[in-house]
Write a protein that binds this ligand. Structure first.
Ligand SMILES: [Mn+2]
Length: 481
């Protein structure tokens, strides 16, 4: 079953089985979904599909699956048909133990599945349809997101229902939310690329190589630059004042003094080229000894996925769209994001933008403090958010900072205390020699004898006791590279 060749036809076979199961049910379908942008879009696509098929459904979000959550869900809802979105593959044992009376369970996921899948499928107390491209040889880390998996299901009905092809944009937003844009010039690859092609062919998405600054039409250029963290722009990121000066200095504002009204979208190709050149210059003065001009350019330009026929300024760029959904999840309001995908967009857009602004503010404050608090322990860089870093911001701060620390192997970020424990996020740094950060973290937790967590090759996170922080770092120092 686990062959290393990509077996597209068998994958499509399973997709069709899931589509058939959905189509043949008239009972309420429960959708249980993860809260990040990929989870929200995965659930949004399925919910929209069920709506178009006239099937009743209930949508519920959760950050993680555990036995308590599943048991209480089971007891309260007594569900017959359940679809898991962006979770479930790693918890098949728990799912089959708790949802005993269910008739059908469909899992749409791209995380690493449990071992001995065949046994689960054979002994399952319900009809189990497990749609995970990893089973068919795809790399779930960067070739396909859960939102893409759910689009494949919807696609089965696309000849009958014309509106379905429009859902390709949600699949793309989810894949970008999971940072799967790892192809040449930040393009999507693998099964995600098939969906991009379908979206382009049908005029849903326009793909073009451009500056990767978020907020191309939704905010003034100076603000968009000040809010750019990937990469951090020296003297500009985090400083509206610095961004204004930069634009004035490079001569972009001549003739149009109203900085509030110039957006990235307003610049012509020459002005964009000038902006790129000056940004590269600015970064290379600060980091030129560690990055080539080519590398710096590749951080600033790449494929952008523009959603056509979209007039809401923050929804036009698929990357920006995904940051909105991500903010909803981080602030515990994923259903508001989902409602914008499924229901009346005009009704929910403003609420989503409000959440995004709140989240953005918290992140920029946290990054500011993080930049002042980097400590080095050999190849390990530590940011201890002791009494200032909220648990729900820790992983985002770690991801942002990991792209901007140029020496060392591993970044470790601690949150502030939560009930005697701290959240710890680990990231591989840009030029790291570490291969698999998850394995490294697991080894460290084993040696520590406490704490638990998860993740993948590039990023991992766990909860450890507050008093174990120092010990954790020293263990990491011993076992890393
Ligand atoms: Mn995902």
């Amino acid at each position: 079953m686990n062959n290393s060749l990509r077996d597209f036809l068998s994958f499509v076979d399973t997709v069709k089985k899931a589509a058939h199961q959905i189509n043949s049910s008239d009972d309420i379908i429960y959708i249980l979904s993860h809260i990040d942008a990929d989870g929200i879009t995965c659930a949004g696509i399925i919910a929209k599909l069920l709506y178009l098929l006239d099937k009743p459904f209930i949508l519920k979000f959760t950050n993680t699956i555990n036995i308590n959550f599943l048991t209480s869900f089971y007891e309260r809802a007594d569900p017959r048909n359940i679809i898991f979105c962006d979770l479930g593959s790693g918890h098949l044992n728990m799912i089959s133990e708790t949802l005993k009376k269910a008739e059908s369970v469909i899992i749409l996921d791209h995380h690493v599945p449990v071992e001995n899948l065949d046994t689960f499928e054979k002994n399952s107390p319900f009809r189990l349809i497990h749609v995970n491209p990893r089973i068919y040889g795809y790399n779930g880390g960067y070739e396909v997101s859960s939102s893409s998996v759910s689009y494949f299901i919807a696609h089965v009905f696309s000849r009958k229902i014309g509106e379905i092809v429009d859902l390709t944009k949600y699949a793309i937003i989810g894949a970008l939310g999971d940072s799967q844009d790892v192809g040449d010039k930040k393009s999507l690859i693998g099964l995600n690329a098939l969906i991009v092609n379908e979206a382009k062919k049908n005029g849903v998405i326009e793909e073009k190589i451009d500056l990767l600054i978020l907020g191309r039409k939704s905010k003034p250029l100076y603000q968009a630059l000040a809010e750019t963290y990937s990469p951090i722009l020296p003297g500009i990121t985090g400083s509206l004042e610095g961004a204004l000066k930069f634009i004035a200095n490079i001569g972009l504002s001549t003739g149009r003094l109203d900085m509030e009204n110039i957006t990235l979208e307003d610049l012509n190709e020459n002005q964009k080229a000038l902006l790129l050149e000056k940004l590269v210059e600015r970064i290379s003065i600060a980091f030129g000894d560690k990055m080539s001009i080519e590398e710096i350019k590749n951080m600033l330009i790449g494929y952008t996925y523009l959603i056509k026929n979209e007039e809401k300024p923050m929804l036009m760029d698929a990357r920006e769209f995904s940051t909105l959904l991500n903010a909803c999840g981080k602030l515990g309001q994923p259903s508001i994001g989902a409602a914008m995908l499924i229901g009346d967009k005009n009704m929910f857009y403003d609420k989503v933008v409000t959440l995004y602004k709140r989240y953005r503010y918290s992140i920029s404050e946290a990054v500011k403090r993080a930049r002042e608090n980097i400590r080095s322990f050999g190849k390990i860089k530590v940011i201890d958010g002791d009494n200032w870093l909220e648990e729900n911001l820790t992983s985002t701060v770690a991801s942002i900072m990991s792209q901007n620390i140029l020496d060392g192997d591993i970044l470790v970020v601690f949150s502030k205390e939560i009930n005697g424990a701290v959240k710890v996020s680990l990231r591989k740094l840009r030029n790291s020699k570490v291969k698999n950060i998850l394995n490294l973290m697991k080894q460290a937790l084993l040696k520590l004898g406490r704490g638990e967590g998860g993740g993948h090759e590039e990023a991992a996170g766990a909860y450890i006791p507050l008093e174990a922080k120092e010990k954790f770092i020293s263990i990491l120092r011993d076992i890393a590279v």
